[in-house]
Design a protein around this ligand. Sequence first.
Ligand code: FE2
Ligand code: FE2
Length: 315
Amino acid sequence: MENLNSTSGCIKALAPSCEGPSAREAIRSRLEKLNSIPTVPAIVRPLLHYMEKPIDQMEVKRVVDMISCDESIAAQCLRMANSALYFLPQVVKTIHGAVIVLGVRQVREILLACSLLNLLPKEQNSLPALAMWEHSLGCALLGRELARRIDYPEPERAYLAGLLHDLGELINFVAFPGEARAYLARASAEQIPLYDAELASIGFTHCDSGSVVAEMWRLPYHLSEVIRFHHTVQQAKLYPDLVALVSLSDLLCRANELGYGYDEKTLPDPLQAVEWEILGAKAAKLARLGPALLVREMSAQVKQVHKHVQSVFKG
Ligand SMILES: [Fe+2]
Ligand SMILES: [Fe+2]
């Protein structure tokens, strides 16, 4: 792996990300004019807030109600609950049954993944949807696992942030499909990070478009900061530890065949990542374990994560 002295896979020689109010305004007005941004499903916002609750304060009925309010999400939830992943002894036929058998925590995760999957445009077969969601779910699972190992105080928050960190890729493929296809082809041909191909091809990145949409959707600020800065961690202002944690998960996923369906030859060395230092300020156990051990353990963990991801999306 070639080290490009990058914080998280971004080549510094390229132009900086599209920052500043006027550039963000330009993206926003372009998105608004196109009128093609997927609207956030009604279920997602309350769900994101509910996800933050401690598990013992969650009510089965409330979870069942949330799932049942959207027929297609309910159907997807049942399909996933009955996938090979959960090894259920019998077929689960109702949402209530799924919640009882799987538990609120697992159903909550399934529900969130399903409702986000529904954002994908069904008609665009060029969208690398499967690879994108495998990568996002991989980052969510790996991020939570890393959080638990270093006693990071909010592992569930790490899961959610991992799941949503590349929201901007989805937005780009929906709102600017021609340009997105072109930069993906370039990234894949040159085996460079998508972020770099975006800057070179369209002058802004999925971090820019994703964070603009996160604001339009009024997602919680910690999520929009992760979406905006996960490739430029040192710019994170209020939640640098969460951003660093997601950035590390992203890097470890991409380094272990859970990226965007192509090999990146210019990935930085995860051991040299500045993210360890940022994260260490919030998680004292990290210093005891050390990045070398954690990189080894998490890289081994990716195989498990890969299996889990495969069974969710192909089960
Ligand atoms: Fe990204
Ligand atoms: Fe990513």
